[in-house]
Design a protein around this ligand. Structure first.
Ligand SMILES: [Zn+2]
Length: 427
């Protein structure tokens, strides 16, 4: 695992992040699972990570691979990672970071799956998990939920930490012949983040076997060739082999950290000691030097939303409207009828809002002119039918009561005919 640099989040990110977080906050308050859409960022992350999984450094295709959340979005598990025994579940963590740029990575399905990382996100003893937001309609998240510096995760963050500072690949049988070496990862500290990360991601076992095969096919084979060339005093061949080694560290190649650790191990062996006297620069440690730390884009609602209810603010930000009529009716129920104001706040087209306003006025006129109105009349002035018409009538009724509160009569469907709506008893 190497350090990755996500870099800039891209121009459209803030707008989409605001929309996605508002949708998640609405879903949370409504007790529904959020349905985030990551298509916008998946490609960017994939390219910035050199088309590889952030965890295992395997080259994975783009299609059907997940956008990975460093802090899981659907519940966080703590416990004994070595035997995968969960001792603490925090089911409400960390949905509100589902669209936070610094929490997103591109990964393969193996590393993202329940058998590996899944919901695991243990934190250091003595460290406290940040609280989940309350399950209510909020227009902004409580600051405590975003105070992530107060948590000390045991999982390495490949964008914030350098994984190579925490774990190293070494032969588990160092006295074996070079061709027979089996490589596996070790944490620098047996209780520390490297060891925990190895266990969470299952980097031993099958993965270590694949890494060993790759090291043997590339680094080991070339190292043996260099030994032979040194014995034969064949300087040009040594340089050619060293050129080959360098090619194994191109950014798109897999398992760079493990290969670098292996190459470092080989060059420490007496057989390759003569390389130290050659005027060749050592292979640089792979991975990004650092990721650019920057503030997350501001996703809080603009101040001009201050007079609106939390629900309407979230619906506007999330674009939670089936059509323009629903926009207008939602504003009407908060006594906002000025279409130019609504246009500014929602970025809907003025002409569609004006058309919706005309429809609403026509429906309200029907209510004003008649004790009861026919669905057919409402269908005529709104162009709606079936369930859409029923929903429109329900919304228009609610909006009318609020907009014209001083003169409003309560409007209820008539008992006699399901097809007609009429005024209720006059006060
Ligand atoms: Zn992976």
């Amino acid at each position: 695992m190497i350090r990755i640099a996500r870099g800039d989040e891209g121009t459209d990110f803030a707008k989409h992040a605001r929309k996605q977080r508002a949708a998640a906050m609405l879903a949370w308050a409504r007790n529904k699972p959020p349905e985030p859409d990551y298509r916008l960022v998946a490609r960017t992350l994939y390219e910035r990570q050199w088309f590889k999984c952030a965890w295992c450094e395997r080259a994975c295709g783009f299609e059907n691979q997940p956008v990975e959340h460093f802090r899981p979005k659907g519940g966080a598990h703590d416990g004994s990672v070595a035997d995968r025994k969960v001792t603490r579940r925090d089911p409400d963590h960390y949905w509100w970071l589902a669209w936070t740029w610094s929490n997103l990575l591109f990964s393969c399905t193996r590393c993202n799956g329940q058998a590996t990382k899944g919901n695991w996100f243990p934190i250091a003893p003595g460290s406290k998990r940040v609280p989940a937001p309350p399950r209510e309609l909020m227009r902004a998240l409580p600051p405590a939920c975003l105070d992530l510096a107060s948590e000390r995760p045991l999982l390495i963050d490949p964008a914030a930490d350098n994984p190579m500072d925490h774990l190293v690949w070494q032969p588990e049988n160092p006295s074996a012949s070079w061709e027979a070496l089996k490589w596996r990862p070790y944490g620098h500290d047996p209780q520390g983040r490297g060891t925990t990360t190895i266990k969470i991601l299952g980097l031993e076992g099958d993965h270590a076997r694949d890494v060993s095969l790759e090291i043997n096919a590339t680094i080991t084979t070339t190292a043996l060739s260099i030994v032979e060339a040194l014995e034969q005093n064949d300087g040009p061949r040594v340089h050619r082999d060293l050129d080959t080694i360098e090619k194994y560290f191109a950014e798109t190649r897999l398992f760079l950290a493990a290969k670098h650790d292996a190459w470092t191990w080989f060059t420490d062996q007496p057989a390759l000691a003569p390389l130290g006297a050659m005027s060749r620069a050592p292979i640089a440690r792979p991975g990004a030097a650092s990721d650019t730390t920057r503030a997350e884009p501001d996703v809080s609602p603009p101040s001009e939303f201050d007079s609106l209810s939390n629900e309407l603010v979230l619906r506007i930000l999330a674009g939670d409207f089936a059509n323009t009529d629903e926009v207008l009716l939602a504003f009407a129920s908060e006594k906002v009828r000025d279409v130019s104001v609504i246009q500014r706040l929602t970025e809907r087209s003025l002409s569609s809002l004006q058309a919706a306003d005309t429809r609403l006025l026509a429906v309200l006129a029907l209510f004003e002119d008649h004790d009861s109105i026919a669905r057919a009349d409402v269908a005529r002035v709104t162009g709606r039918s079936g369930n859409e018409l029923t929903e429109y009538l329900a919304l228009a009724t609610a909006a009318r009561v609020l907009v014209f509160q001083s003169s409003a009569k309560s409007l209820t469907p008539t008992g006699g005919s399901k097809d007609r709506y009429c005024r209720g008893d006059r006060p």
